[in-house]
Write a protein that binds this ligand. Structure first.
Ligand SMILES: Cc1ncc(COP(=O)(O)O)c(C=O)c1O
Length: 470
């Protein structure tokens, strides 16, 4: 019998309560690597709940990498706070060649030159549609609420001078409540700094880190690598899908644990613990880019890595995926010493986020608009992701679980280019995986499905698969 107690009067769903308590048992060492859990049926009987509750909790913890289901044998713990070996296993030392100072032309232009987002995804025929990772679905039914938010901005009184550099207090309160509810982060509003997006958060952080290189996932978020270079720091390639047990002389590691960008994998619990341990040894920080974690369709969003060690993780969130990128809003939560340094510089340099955007987001949060937008986009992605998978799986290998607003397919570069060119000829722009890769040399296609219509997606997939079938 597991020492868990479920509270039927709580607003937290029973599977989430159970998953949270089992996760806590693993983190406290009560459950260790290799321990076998009761079957979902037996645990359900013990707890007096339906089997769906225990199955859902086990599925969640398996997706997060805390548990492993062994066929015909049962469910076992795979990750523990106290490693079973003396140190986390180092399978890869980030000694791969240093990232070239300049990114390839395509890498520079692709995401930065995104078309400006129109609310409706209708566009004149003959114009290229981008199947990129950066354009979210925007439900036209939500337009009235969106307009209401901006009307409210137009009649609200702006702060007379420079406002609190942390951002609008009411917005930080609403964000703290939402991050608690959706990401498991218990935050005081004063711990949050509102930014102009993830990359702005990174720009705020970099000057406050001691001198030294920054490890960035490879393949990884190109804007992050470029920003690190812009701030005069070297980029070290951090293998995106391996256990990292040593950060060398890196002063920070930039990662996307909930949904590796662009391969899509969830960083398993054991790898999270190993990376945090490596960061502690190197006296480095982990920069958690939590860009699209709410868009899971099979299990609940994987909890934020910052939850494991608030003193070591700088958490970066963004409105780019849940609202639109051009709102230019995000949020940063840093350990206290870094928080103070960031705030000091932001105060002196007037680097706060724009008030109208903050005021609009406040209304969107307060009215429940953002929750509706996330739910509606999640439904669309849950429907489109399998369509992409069905079309692509005969020709390519899916790099990670289906989640978010894009999927990544591994293919030889020549095939990927042939398919990309065919899609381009049909009016669709699709990114090559090689433009995200540095020393990893991974090749394939990164197919975004948020910013197009269903019909456009089908046309693009037909162009891709037509070329791949040849
Ligand atoms: C991995 C990743 N992080 C963050 C972002 C959002 O960045 P920002 O908030 O600066 O627009 C994106 C947008 O495409 C992304 O792909």
């Amino acid at each position: 019998m597991l020492p868990v107690t479920l509270d039927r009067t709580s607003s937290e769903p029973l599977p989430a309560q159970l998953a949270g308590q089992v996760r806590a048992l693993v983190l406290s060492g009560t459950l260790g690597t290799g321990d076998r859990l009761p079957s979902s049926r037996a645990l359900a009987a013990d707890l007096g709940v339906s089997r769906a509750v225990t199955e859902q909790a086990y599925d969640q913890l398996t997706a997060e990498g805390w548990l492993e289901a062994r066929r015909g044998s049962g469910t076992y713990v795979t990750a523990t706070r106290t490693p079973t070996t003396a140190a986390p296993q180092v399978t890869s030392r980030p000694t791969s060649p240093r990232f070239a100072r300049s990114l390839p032309r395509s890498a520079r232009t692709d995401e930065q030159a995104r078309r400006s987002t129109s609310l409706r995804s209708s566009r004149p025929t003959g114009v290229t549609s981008r199947l990129d990772t950066g354009t979210p679905f925007f439900d036209p039914r939500l337009e009235p609420g969106w307009r209401r938010a901006w009307r409210e901005v137009s009649v609200a009184t702006p702060p007379p001078g420079y406002d609190d550099p942390r951002g609008l207090l009411e917005l930080r309160e609403a964000l703290a409540a939402r991050l608690g509810r959706t990401r498991g982060l218990e935050l005081h509003p004063d711990e949050i700094i509102v930014t102009a997006g993830t990359t702005d958060g990174l720009r705020a952080l970099l000057p406050e880190l001691r001198p030294g290189p920054v490890a960035v996932e490879d393949p990884g978020y190109r804007a992050a690598a470029e920003t690190v270079l812009t701030y005069g720091r070297e980029v070290i390639d951090l293998p995106a899908v391996e256990t990292v047990g040593d950060l060398g002389d890196a002063v920070a590691a930039y990662v996307t644990p909930a949904h590796q960008h662009p391969l899509g994998r969830v960083m398993p619990a054991a790898d999270r613990l190993a990376l945090l341990e490596a960061a502690r040894r190197a006296d480095a920080v982990v920069i958690e880019d939590d860009y699209d974690s709410e868009f899971r369709y099979d299990v609940a969003p994987v909890p934020a890595m910052a939850k494991l060690d608030r003193g070591r993780v700088v958490y970066l969130g963004t409105a780019a995926k849940s609202v639109i990128p051009t709102l230019r809003l995000g949020w940063l939560v840093a350990p206290p010493d870094l928080h103070e340094l960031i705030l000091r510089r932001r105060t002196i340099t007037h680097a706060g986020a724009a008030w109208p955007s903050q005021r609009a987001l406040l209304t969107l949060l307060r009215d429940g608009w953002l929750d509706r937008a996330v739910r509606s986009a999640r439904r669309v992605y849950a429907e489109r992701a399998p369509r992409v998978a069905e079309a692509m799986s005969p020709y390519a290998t899916l790099a990670g679980p289906l989640a978010g607003m894009y999927s990544t397919w591994l293919l030889p570069e020549t095939d990927a280019r042939r398919a990309r060119d065919a899609a381009r000829a049909a009016g669709f722009e699709i990114n090559l995986l090689s433009t995200y890769a540095r020393s990893s040399g991974l090749t394939g296609l990164v197919i975004g499905f948020g910013g197009v219509t269903d019909a456009e997606l089908d046309q693009a997939l037909a162009a891709l698969t037509g070329a791949l079938a040849r």
